[in-house]
Write a protein that binds this ligand. Structure first.
Ligand SMILES: [Zn+2]
Length: 155
């Protein structure tokens, strides 16, 4: 992933990107955050439910939406303003040799999506299939963690 992602965007896309980062309280682009900052632990994620996926994708129908691709491990980090940024690589499902896409989403602690981004369409991808796939994976993982927590077998 290019560390100069933001700098290489067209000017209007760059401005839109800056607005998103400001919205979630990040000073630097998530693509620049060092690998050891990201945590792999679904138990720490916000309670993210199906309705939030639906709300985000229906409220922001910027592109045709469908879930595709193979999603890899989801990592998260917490911003100084208390929001959560989650990211994963999504491999194109039909060609193994193709470069993975890099969606990230920012959630409030209570669940709603504040912002999302993907590098698949020159900075304009805000509800592409990769973001959709990431949101559905987060929702499913949170549901599993939540159910496990509620129905812990007696010791
Ligand atoms: Zn995408």
């Amino acid at each position: 992933m290019s560390y100069q992602y933001q700098e290489n965007l067209a000017l209007d896309a760059q401005q839109r990107y800056s607005v998103k980062l400001k919205l979630i309280g990040l000073d630097i682009c998530p693509y620049k955050v060092p690998a050891d900052t990201w945590i792999n632990d679904p138990k720490q994620w916000p309670v993210f439910e199906y309705q939030e996926v639906f709300h985000y994708l229906i409220k922001h129908p910027r592109t045709h939406f469908f879930v595709s691709g193979w999603i890899q491990t989801v990592f998260h980090m917490k911003t100084d303003s208390g929001h959560y940024v989650l990211k994963a690589d999504v491999k194109p499902s039909w060609r193994v040799t193709e470069e993975p896409h890099h969606p990230w989403v920012a959630l409030k602690k209570s669940g709603p999506v504040i912002a999302a981004h993907c590098n698949c369409m020159a900075g304009l991808g805000e509800t592409c299939s990769h973001i959709g796939a990431l949101l559905f994976k987060i929702e499913a993982a949170v549901r599993r963690v939540y159910i496990k927590h509620l129905y812990r077998p007696p010791m």
